[in-house]
Design a protein around this ligand. Structure first.
Ligand code: SAM
Length: 264
């Protein structure tokens, strides 16, 4: 049993790289806008939680420069290797189970991570504990229950199948302890944790090539689990992938809620 066995979407599979590329295209502009708004700059010490791939970590490294530090943690750091040189330190770390990898951080950031961590309450406490007084927290997480459909415009059999398979994906996530309404709770959780100047907004891509790529990679990655749980047949998955790859469907993702605040 490795630490990543509890996580549905194993980083070592080829499709994980395709999913990270899609997150970059879909969410980096929003993330970078928020990080700029928080004042990220030379010399900052940052903890990137559940870092996944390299795009956010590399951007942070560029911003903080040689006088700064970016501690990039994940239960599986296999996709972080290309970015793991100063000021970036990559560490295997379970945010729900371990003490923070340092203290006195100017910034702690997690994107699309805590939804998947059953011990998310402890994780959030640990992230706040790791901040220096005045340090900034940015948590960005999906809220799949706020908008659960792949195709909100469900006008034909292709869209109905897509929405049914998305429901199956959600069921698999929930079975693993994912919190499908987590995003909307973030502002309240940050305020209750004592953070100041808490604000939040959301980004919701309605259709784009990155949404299509994300859907194809996700369904290919979880296909055996959907089939073995009786949530779909191989034939349905093949039909859905052909529909997706035809490029004629409008496919969405869940809205991503970004919430931020300052430690007093
Ligand atoms: C959906 S991906 C998001 C990756 C990246 N943050 C991004 O936005 O592109 C979730 C990441 O969280 C990591 N993860 C899952 N459970 C974790 C835990 N308990 N502690 C640390 N990382 C975890 C996964 O390995 C994966 O890299």
């Amino acid at each position: 049993m490795t630490r990543s066995d509890g996580y549905l979407l194993d980083n070592r599979q080829k499709e994980a790289g395709e999913r990270f590329d899609a997150f970059t295209a879909l969410f980096d502009p929003t993330t970078f806008r928020h990080l700029e708004g928080l004042g990220i700059g030379p010399g900052w010490r940052c903890w990137e939680v559940g870092a996944g791939g390299t795009s956010v970590v590399s951007w942070l490294a560029e911003k903080v420069g040689p006088a700064g530090q970016v501690v990039a943690t994940d239960i599986d750091t296999s996709r972080l290797t290309p970015a793991a040189r100063p000021p970036v330190e990559a560490r295997v770390h379970d945010v729900g189970a371990e003490e923070p990898p340092g203290e006195g951080f100017d910034l702690v950031h997690a994107r699309l991570v805590l939804v998947h961590v059953p011990e998310r309450e402890r994780a959030l406490r640990s992230m706040i504990k790791a901040l220096r007084p005045g340090g900034r927290l940015l948590v960005e997480d999906a809220d799949p229950a706020l908008q659960p459909l792949t195709c909100p415009d469900e006008y034909g059999p292709e869209q109905r199948l897509a929405n049914r398979l998305r429901q199956g994906f959600r069921a698999l996530l929930a079975d693993r302890g994912a919190a499908l309404s987590y995003g909307r709770t973030l502002p309240r959780l940050l305020r209750q944790a004592g953070l100041h100047d808490v604000e939040a907004d959301a980004y919701f891509p309605v259709t784009s090539p990155a949404c299509t790529a994300l859907e194809a990679a996700t369904v290919r990655q979880i296909r055996h689990r959907l089939v073995s749980a009786g949530l779909a047949t191989d034939a349905e998955i093949d039909r859905h992938l052909a529909n997706v790859e035809s490029g004629t469907m409008d496919l969405t993702t869940a809205p991503m809620i970004s919430a931020w605040g300052r430690k007093g």
